[in-house]
Design a binder for this molecule. Structure first.
Ligand SMILES: Cc1ncc(COP(=O)(O)O)c(C=O)c1O
Length: 395
């Protein structure tokens, strides 16, 4: 019998997939799962106390984005926010039978790309996809050329979830502003949607600075609970609802409000404003990773989220690295959580033109608030052993 004691790590390096709920968030939510269970739409005191909590959270989210409280719509998460933003604009614009054109990029999250794919089936909707360079940054000249007379929406993410490349949102704002000026005040509106899910923890998200008309947020990426998110909708933006029912959320997103989730989101976003990203930790990890041979860092290294490292190893499959590290108690990802489990190279790496021998050996390390320097050494040791083993087994 082997008496050797196996030390299991407990290292979570997958914070771009989801984050642990901050204890302060949990504490604020608990009363709304216990005695303060009222429906925020009810007239009695139970309901009014719930409504007061919702209003307070709405103010906190609005404050973070530099918007007005009435411009914040609570949703079930960023997937729904993205669907509502894109389908809401399109459904409203095609009401009179007009044909519309919408633009996004090739590296968006499926919560944008799949909505575009769905809308392509409607013969009133035409779509276009902007390419990215080898660093995963959108080609602005292409975007400019793709805008047509009937373009009603441009949807570009603030920062990519797989490679962390930050997109030139302010330059997009300038391009769209020029188009809108040329169209004149009475011309067709051209709205700008920003999927800010991965950026919220680290970057300035003031909606006026970004020029966003619509902006998506997710609770579980910012140490809040799952199943809650928000969509910022600039005053005057015309959006059709995509689900039908009661009158909640200004008739744009009906359904009984998720009061505990909303309270949690409010506290989570308040904490984001106070706590900044773990970039020192990233520097330390990158320095250690550079000692491994035959590697390549992916993404815009000059302008990348401070919590994401995307790295490729020659002759070691990303999925195998993930599984072997998991057996040691270490969680990483091979891309977005959605593409994990598929052996196809991710659409993001493909769009960046990364060759298959590199894209197959790709992993994403995403750091978060609860990671510590003490984890770096055991992680690097486990990773080096894993890579050595896999390379020995490689044909
Ligand atoms: C960039 C981006 N957009 C949208 C989503 C979807 O968010 P949610 O899980 O809240 O639906 C994610 C989740 O990974 C994401 O990273």
């Amino acid at each position: 019998m082997n008496n050797e004691l196996r030390i299991m790590q407990n290292i979570y390096y997958d914070n771009s997939a989801t984050t642990k709920v901050d204890p302060k968030v949990l504490k604020a939510m608990l009363p709304y799962l216990e005695n303060e269970f009222g429906n925020s739409g009810s007239v009695h005191s139970f309901g009014q106390r719930a409504l007061a909590a919702v209003d307070e959270a709405r103010d906190k989210v609005a404050n973070f984005f530099g918007s007005e409280a009435q411009e914040i719509i609570f949703t079930s998460g960023a997937t729904e926010s993205n669907n509502l933003a894109i389908r809401g604009v399109v459904d409203n614009a095609i009401k009179g039978g007009q044909k519309v054109h919408i633009i996004t990029s090739k590296i968006e999250h499926p919560a944008v790309l799949e909505v575009f794919k769905y809308l392509e089936k409607n013969n009133l909707v035409e779509t276009d996809y902007v390419e990215v360079d080898e660093n995963g940054v959108i080609k602005l000249d292409q975007l400019e050329k793709k805008i047509k007379e009937n373009t009603v929406l441009v949807s570009i993410m603030y920062a990519n979830n797989e490679v962390g490349s930050v997109q030139p949102i302010e330059s997009v704002k300038k391009i769209l502003k020029q188009v809108q000026n040329d169209r004149g005040e009475k011309g067709l509106p051209l709205y700008f949607h920003v999927d800010a899910v991965q950026a919220v923890n680290h970057l300035d998200c003031n909606v006026d600075m970004l020029g966003a008309d619509l902006l998506s947020l997710s609770g579980h990426k910012i140490y809040g609970p799952k199943g809650i998110g928000a969509l910022y909708v600039r005053k005057g933006v015309k959006l059709a609802p995509i689900v039908f029912g009661g009158h909640q959320e200004y008739n744009i997103r009906t359904g009984t409000l998720n009061v505990p989730g909303i309270v949690g989101l409010g506290v989570a976003i308040e904490l984001v404003a106070k706590e900044k990203g773990p970039s020192k930790l990233k520097e330390k990890l990158v320095a250690e990773l550079k000692n491994i041979s035959d590697i390549k860092f992916n993404g815009d290294l000059e302008n990348q989220l401070p919590n994401i490292i995307n790295i490729s190893f020659l002759n070691a499959e990303g999925e195998s690295i993930l599984m072997m590290l998991d057996m040691e108690g270490i969680a990483i990802s091979t891309g977005s959580a959605c593409s994990s489990g598929s052996l196809e190279p991710s659409h993001v790496l493909t769009a960046m033109g990364i060759k298959p021998q590199w894209s197959h050996g790709c992993i994403r390390i995403s750091l978060g608030r609860f990671n510590s320097e003490a984890e770096v050494e055991p992680f690097i040791t486990a990773l080096k052993t894993t890579i050595e083993k896999l390379r020995k087994m490689a044909p």
